[in-house]
Design a protein around this ligand. Structure first.
Ligand code: UD1
Ligand code: CA
Length: 436
């Protein structure tokens, strides 16, 4: 059930500490933009999700509209009102309870947001106790009450030593925001309007401010590439655990990379070092060590070790062995055990692809299809020069170059240069002394 709560996600900042031309909130963890995860958590709670944008706003809006509909985007006047306080100034929430989230907190969950709701305080704010508080605003607690937040860049030596930090989530009553936002000033080290300055004003006016102690594992802010890597590890651990709980076997799970869009069905075994990307679907299959699967479907099949399925491959009842690369191909009931490239191909039931088979799908300008019927035996080291179509029940001799065209059923296709034997060649070439 949805809650009458407005959630505002701040995503307008530049993120200069990321040292990247890409907007910070569009950096990915587990294959999705950071901002995707906080919006996803927010959407599980309410219909009123407002995303504040400015820096690279077209790119941010376009990326999020690929995942969600019905979001409200508000553009911050970042030139005149920079900072997290400035970001809130143009926001008109639908409900009286307003939760503000930083857009650089991908680890936030629906459950962790719920903890801020159903509280009568004027402000509930998130606090993390950290050994190393660097990078965060420090929460100053006096006489058991939160009195203010001081940003690292404005903090004195003693304030920097404070280990309780602001995690960047706040629940406000709308009237509190309406009262204090216009009173913010930018008289600070960064010349920004800090949302966090509302805390000191509310404290002076004796409003109730409840600190909610939370864990960094769900509230970590991502400011640097190192933070991004740590957040990805935490998120991936969650994903792997979730899938193992549904019955997937993962060997040495810490070595398995998998993205948010990947799904499993039935009994699957994923060996160490596997990389599973995009919206891949793995059904009742065994993916062996160090294979890479990108945006593909694998059903009742085994893949690897060291195989590579590139996007839009569909495998069913198929065996793919080591050093086989498949791209945009549909293989049904096929065996391709070793060392092959199968691109833009459709291969039918009972066909065997010998080691070293290559579909030559590209002539330097265009890509062409290879269609192989059922029960085709493709000998080792065959090149199929696409476009090529081979009917059912065909044998291709090892070493054959199958030139473009259509081949009918029940034939042998063979192209081989006749063997020449040159007697005495070895001795003549290397000299007598090299003979055994
Ligand atoms: C902010 C808090 C800090 C807290 C930390 C938690 C302030 C002033 N400081 O600091 O107390 O410990 O988060 O992670 O709020 N943003 C805008 N518009 C802007 C500037 C930022 O929308 O003009 C957005 C960013 O895109 C980002 C979020 O607000 O998603 C936080 O901004 P960031 O610059 O990362 O703030 P911190 O310095 O981390
Ligand atoms: Ca931050």
């Amino acid at each position: 059930m949805l809650t009458p709560l407005s959630i505002v996600i701040l995503a307008a900042g530049k993120g200069s500490r990321m040292k990247s031309s890409k907007a910070k909130v569009l950096h990915e963890i587990c294959g999705r933009e950071m901002l995707y995860f906080s919006i996803k958590a927010a959407r599980e709670i309410t219909d009123d999700v407002i995303v504040v944008v400015a820096h690279q706003k077209e790119a941010v809006i376009a990326s999020m509209e690929k995942h969600f509909t019905g979001l409200t985007f508000v553009t911050q006047d970042a030139t005149n009102f920079p900072g997290t306080g400035g970001a809130m100034m143009g926001v008109s929430p639908k409900y009286d309870d307003v939760l503000v989230l930083n857009g650089d907190m991908p680890l936030i969950t629906q459950t962790s947001i719920q903890a801020f709701i159903n509280n009568d305080s004027d402000i509930v704010m998130s606090v993390i106790a950290l050994q190393d508080p660097s990078g965060y605003g420090r929460v100053i607690i006096e006489n058991g009450k939160v009195s203010r937040i001081v940003e690292e860049k404005d903090a004195s030596h003693d304030e920097k030593a404070v280990q309780s930090v602001n995690a960047g989530v706040y629940a406000f009553k709308h009237h509190v925001l309406q009262k204090y936002l216009p009173m913010l000033s930018n008289d600070n080290a960064q010349n920004e309007y800090y949302l966090t300055d509302i805390i000191a004003m509310a404290h002076t006016d004796d409003l109730t401010i409840s600190p909610l102690f939370v864990h960094e594992s769900e509230f970590k802010g991502v400011n640097s590439k190192h933070d991004l890597a740590i957040s990805e590890m935490i998120m991936m651990d969650r994903l792997r655990k979730m899938w193992m709980d549904t019955g997937v076997i993962m060997q040495l799970p810490d070595t398995i990379y998998m993205e948010e869009g990947v799904k499993f069905e039935g009994e699957c075994v994923i060996e160490n070092g596997v990389r599973l990307c995009g919206n891949s679907i793995i059904v009742n299959s065994h993916i062996k060590a160090h294979s890479v699967i990108e945006n593909s479907i694998v059903k009742n099949s085994d893949v690897g070790p060291l195989a590579h399925l590139r996007p839009l491959s569909i495998l069913e009842d198929t065996h793919i062995g080591n050093f086989v690369e498949v791209k945009k191909s549909t293989l049904t009931g096929v065996k391709a055990g070793h060392l092959s490239y199968l691109g833009d191909a459709t291969i039918g039931e009972g066909s065997n692809i010998g080691a070293g088979t290559i579909t030559c799908n590209y002539d330097g300008i265009n890509k062409y299809q290879t269609i192989i019927g059922k029960n085709v035996f493709v000998g080792s080291d065959t090149q199929l020069v696409a476009p090529v179509e081979i009917a059912n029940n065909v044998m291709i001799a090892a070493g054959t170059t199958v030139t473009s065209g259509k081949y009918e059923s029940d034939i042998l296709i063979l192209s081989r240069t006749p063997i020449r034997k040159v007697a005495g060649f070895f001795t003549k070439f290397f000299g007598k002394g090299t003979q055994c």
